[in-house]
Design a protein around this ligand. Structure first.
Ligand code: NDP
Length: 286
């Protein structure tokens, strides 16, 4: 049997239409939701992500500001820009595209962003609020995953959720959100013994590793909902296409529902960035 496909593009379009309506209401009140994006360096993937974020903003009727710096820029210049944007009341969200060049202290950069403009949800204050169960800005990728689970009708209360990956960007906030939604959560990582033992128990399996097709059908519980966060580029000799951390062809024969790559979690991540920016703008009214 083939799994139901959880279509990130379709869900994204529906959520973005709603966001555009809310943005238009704010614009009518004289507030244009605005996102400032800072890009340092010439990483081609980062440049594409930033371009997509900026384009999505404009399309939803929000304003975007883009600041691009050379890879060898003095970090002081970037800190000064962040301070300027923090103080600018017309800017509601600030995002620094990761990864940063090695001479940057990435944690210090993220902490420099005002917590109430931290639409990526990476500031320690926002991470703490999420850990306490009172999230203010939810990191965009796990936020998008929660929306996908909801839209696919996947029950969370009492479900066994297994996350592969424990990064600050995906794995850890994902664990907190699933815990909050009533799941029993297991987080696996590179030192996990017998990964398949854990993944086979999962009613909800989230793969966020960065290794092409590492989760195969035999590692999945029949009927499980499988969320593939991974974005990997296959080598040219294997076709050069994008693929996830899940081996889609074998997984879809076992899973009950599954996200594709591309067209799954990726578009939802950008959509939830728009949602966070809009929320920041709405909060600025109160
Ligand atoms: P990181 O490299 O920060 O984290 C990867 C995690 O996978 C680590 O916790 C690591 O464990 C774990 N891991 C590595 N090898 C194994 C293994 N063999 N078995 C089990 N766990 C393993 O990556 P990110 O979380 O930033 O991203 C993960 C993937 O998601 C990437 O492909 C990235 O491109 C993609 N991504 C997609 C987004 C989207 O919008 N769809 C957004 C963000 C990321 P350890 O901690 O022990 O090293």
């Amino acid at each position: 049997m083939s799994a139901r496909i959880i279509d990130g593009n379709a869900l994204s379009a529906a959520v973005r239409a709603d966001l555009a309506e809310r943005a238009a209401k704010l614009v009518a009140r004289g507030i244009t939701p605005s996102l400032a994006v800072i890009l340092v360096g010439e990483d081609p993937a980062s440049a594409v992500y930033v371009r997509n974020k900026v384009a999505a903003c404009e399309k939803a009727g929000m304003r975007s500001l883009k600041f691009v710096y050379a890879p060898d820029v003095n970090p002081a210049e970037v800190f000064a820009k962040i301070a300027e944007l923090n103080a600018d009341a017309s800017v509601h969200g600030i995002l620094v595209q990761l990864p940063l060049p090695k001479h940057f202290d990435a944690d210090a950069v993220l902490e420099a962003i005002a917590a109430d403009k931290d639409v990526d949800g990476f500031h320690a204050e926002n991470v703490g609020a999420l850990a306490q169960g009172n999230p203010r800005f939810i990191p965009c990728t796990p936020y998008g995953v929660m929306k996908m689970l909801e839209s696919s009708g996947t029950p969370t209360k009492g479900a066994e959720a297994v996350i592969v990956g424990r990064s600050n960007i995906v794995g850890k906030p994902m664990a907190l959100l699933l815990l909050g939604a009533g799941c029993t959560v297991t987080v696996c990582h590179s030192q996990t013994r017998d990964l398949a033992f854990h993944t086979r128990r999962a009613d909800i399996l989230v793969a966020a590793v960065g290794r092409p097709k590492m989760i195969t059908g035999d590692m999945i519980k029949p009927g499980a909902t499988v969320i593939d966060v991974g974005i990997n580029r296959l080598p040219p000799e294997q076709g050069g296409k994008l693929c996830g951390d899940v081996d889609f062809d074998s997984a879809k024969e076992v899973a009950g529902a599954i996200t594709p790559v591309p067209g799954g979690v990726g578009p939802m991540t950008i959509t939830m960035l728009l949602a966070n920016t809009l929320e920041a703008a709405e909060r600025s009214l109160t």
